[in-house]
Write a protein that binds this ligand. Structure first.
Ligand SMILES: Nc1ncnc2c1ncn2[C@@H]1O[C@H](COP(=O)(O)OP(=O)(O)OP(=O)(O)O)[C@@H](O)[C@H]1O
Ligand SMILES: [Mg+2]
Length: 254
């Protein structure tokens, strides 16, 4: 289980997170929803080590990861995607995905610089794994040698998920993975996430596409102004008056 316990974070006078406790179960999809500015991305940043919580704890199978650096969190089995592929757009699709695998290399850096046989083997293993992941995530072979930044948007999103999976995570955090996707691509993404969860991956899904959330999630946490205001199955949160109020309030404010 990946869990936060009473995590709070303030930016100056703004309480972005107020005693937030969520649980991300293995082998399931847990959605985190809520109006703009609710604190969803900040929560993901806190879990993945990009912002340090002011108070509260974050644990993976009981071991604390609160305040750890992003690469340390990744080594503990928690991967995340980014909104875009910017950092990897100049690489080929295969290279971009293989980059994720390098977190696990056991080859000393000097061996890599000298391109010793062990480094060669590690590189080839990384590329083999990247091919396997791209096939799993349904990015066809014709795309593999293309510049990642040149792919259609829906494919870039898939490459980004494959790159995160290459770190061999137990938990995957996705921040609005369906943003910019058409209906067909969104449905395909939903199927892929279901398959990954069925293989044991614990997925945290931050998403505004309520239809996607309701169709793929087993558990939903609803946030508003930095706090969890409701949680339960999709049907339970849909029927919760507090959730309806939060969304109506948002619509009125907009
Ligand atoms: N680094 C930061 N410095 C200052 N304020 C921040 C920072 N990051 C987030 N915030 C503020 O914290 C609040 C929560 O932001 P956050 O991005 O977590 O919301 P969100 O739920 O992800 O919203 P959205 O649905 O629009 O992505 C917002 O008021 C935001 O302006
Ligand atoms: Mg956000």
């Amino acid at each position: 289980m990946l869990a936060t316990r009473d995590v709070s974070k303030a930016f100056g006078g703004l309480k972005a997170l107020s005693t937030v406790s969520v649980q991300i179960a293995p082998g399931a999809i847990t959605a985190i929803i809520g109006p703009n500015g609710a604190g969803k991305t900040t929560l993901m940043n806190a879990i993945s080590g990009f912002v340090a919580p002011d108070v509260g704890d974050i644990t993976v199978n009981g071991a604390s990861i609160a305040g750890r650096r992003p690469h340390e969190v990744c080594r503990k089995g928690v991967a995340r995607t980014f909104q875009n592929l910017q950092m990897f757009s100049e690489m080929t699709v295969l290279e971009a995905v293989a980059t994720g695998r390098h977190l696990h290399r056991r080859v000393p850096i000097y061996a890599e610089l000298l391109m010793l046989p062990a480094a060669w083997r590690a590189e080839r293993a990384a590329l083999a794994d990247a091919r396997e992941l791209l096939a799993l995530i349904e990015v066809g072979e014709s795309y593999w040698e293309r510049r990642a930044g040149d792919l259609p948007y829906g494919y870039q999103r898939r490459v980004e998920i494959a790159r995160a999976l290459a770190t061999e995570p137990a938990y995957l955090l996705l921040d609005e993975p369906a943003a910019g996707l058409n209906d067909e691509e969104t449905a395909a993404l939903g199927r892929t996430l279901g398959q990954l969860a069925a293989r044991g991956l614990g997925i945290a899904l931050i998403e505004h596409d309520i239809e996607l959330v309701m169709s793929v999630s087993q558990q939903v946490f609803v946030m508003d102004t930095g706090a969890v205001i409701s949680s339960g199955t999709p049907d339970e949160v849909r029927a919760d008056p507090a959730v309806v109020r939060a969304y109506l309030g948002d619509a009125h404010a907009a």
